[in-house]
Design a binder for this molecule. Structure first.
Ligand code: PLP
Length: 359
């Protein structure tokens, strides 16, 4: 068996040490005599697992005590509904529109209220982050929604908008834990686990307590109420137990390796290596504005569709897989999440240089 370098945008690469630990505990978790997969979510063993996962995430992100951490299901997409259903009071939201994921969240929010798009980069197929200075925040906005890292287009918001005191909601599905963030800058953070944290099936929500109220839109299903999940320690129903366990292993692994600051330095090194290669290449170029480049999803292309195809196919033969760009951008995308080792990016860069020489 040979493991490849997997540049998938998600589900994505996980730290090998974590996979090995999970494998070693697969049949029998500690003294439980069973796999975590087989364990009641009401057992003490599982309670310890979820408590430690939460405690470790709190340590990693320095999450203040007035924020709740929820381990939910339904992916980040369910948050596109849960957020308006729970936060809408005036039924107005301000959006920064930076790609497919804001588009989907906008469509969902529109089902429940009014959406104002304050800034958009749709005019250039989302290849940049629009200016977020002096946004015309709506007086009656219940919150402002941003997608902090645009997985498909390869851009990231580096400087947060001034929301004039309105709660800031951030979709961090593809960049959570990739660099230091100040949780207090946000009212609510959500992320599907399957990019930077763990397997698909778990969704992390970090929500300021004052937003957890009984005042949700009429008809909101119990499963979509933050209050229900917060009140039951994420166990209103059977949570995604194995996924939470895996997330916990990843958190532990990050803490053992210097936490978010250390992984950020590694991420910078990886991204710089790849972007410098793109900038020095005559064949390939990055597809987004330099100052808006993502640390996690690097989008690039040659000037020929044929060469792109050839590159992707030959890269695969060389153990560098899932480099095809999203259909809305074309070209290539290398997702270099926390768990992608430097050696993986180095192998990609070496292959790019060789490919350019030979073609
Ligand atoms: C930024 C962002 N938001 C939301 C989603 C949707 O996540 P899910 O498939 O977990 O619903 C994705 C998935 O790729 C994403 O990258």
């Amino acid at each position: 068996m040979r493991r490849v370098y997997n540049f998938s945008a998600g589900p994505a690469v996980l730290p090998e040490a974590v996979l090995e630990k999970a494998a070693s505990e697969l049949l029998c978790y500690k003294n439980a005599g069973m796999s975590v997969m087989e364990m009641s979510h009401r057992s003490q063993d599982f309670q310890n697992i979820i408590d430690k996962a939460e405690a470790d995430l709190r340590k990693l992100m320095n999450i203040p005590s007035n924020y709740k951490v929820l381990f939910l299901q339904g992916g980040a997409t369910t948050q596109f509904s849960m957020v308006p259903l729970n936060l809408f009071k005036n039924k107005v939201v301000d959006f920064v529109h930076t790609g497919v994921w804001s588009k989907k969240a906008i469509a969902e929010a529109k089902r429940y209220g009014k959406v104002n798009v304050l800034a958009s980069s749709e005019d250039k197929n989302f290849a940049y982050i629009p200016s977020l200075d002096n946004l015309n925040i709506s007086k009656d906005a219940d919150y402002v929604h941003i997608v902090q890292n645009n997985t498909i287009f390869g851009t990231k918001i580096s400087k947060l908008p001034d929301t004039l005191g309105k709660p800031l909601v951030s979709d961090m599905s593809s960049n959570i834990l990739s660099e230091p963030m100040n949780v207090e800058d946000y009212a609510l953070i959500f992320a599907g686990a399957q990019k930077n944290i763990g397997p698909a099936g778990t969704t992390i929500v970090i929500i300021r307590e004052d937003l957890i109220t009984d005042d949700y839109l009429e008809g909101t299903p119990l499963m979509l109420q933050y209050k229900i999940h917060a009140g039951k320690g994420s166990m209103y129903n059977t949570p995604p137990t194995y996924g939470i366990y895996m997330c916990g292993l990843v958190f532990e692994h990050l803490l053992e390796n210097g936490g978010v600051e250390a992984i950020y330095q590694k991420n910078l090194k990886k991204a710089n290596l790849l972007y410098d290669t793109l900038d020095g290449s005559k064949m390939f170029s990055g597809t987004v504005r330099k100052e808006d480049r993502s640390l996690m999803n690097v989008t690039f292309a040659s000037n020929s569709e044929e060469l792109n195809k050839k590159f992707i196919a030959e890269a695969k033969e060389n153990g560098l897989v899932n480099l095809k760009g999203h259909r809305s951008v074309g070209g290539m995308r290398a997702s270099i999440y926390n768990a992608m080792p430097y050696e993986g990016v180095k192998a990609l860069v070496d292959f790019m240089i060789k490919f350019e020489r030979e073609n």
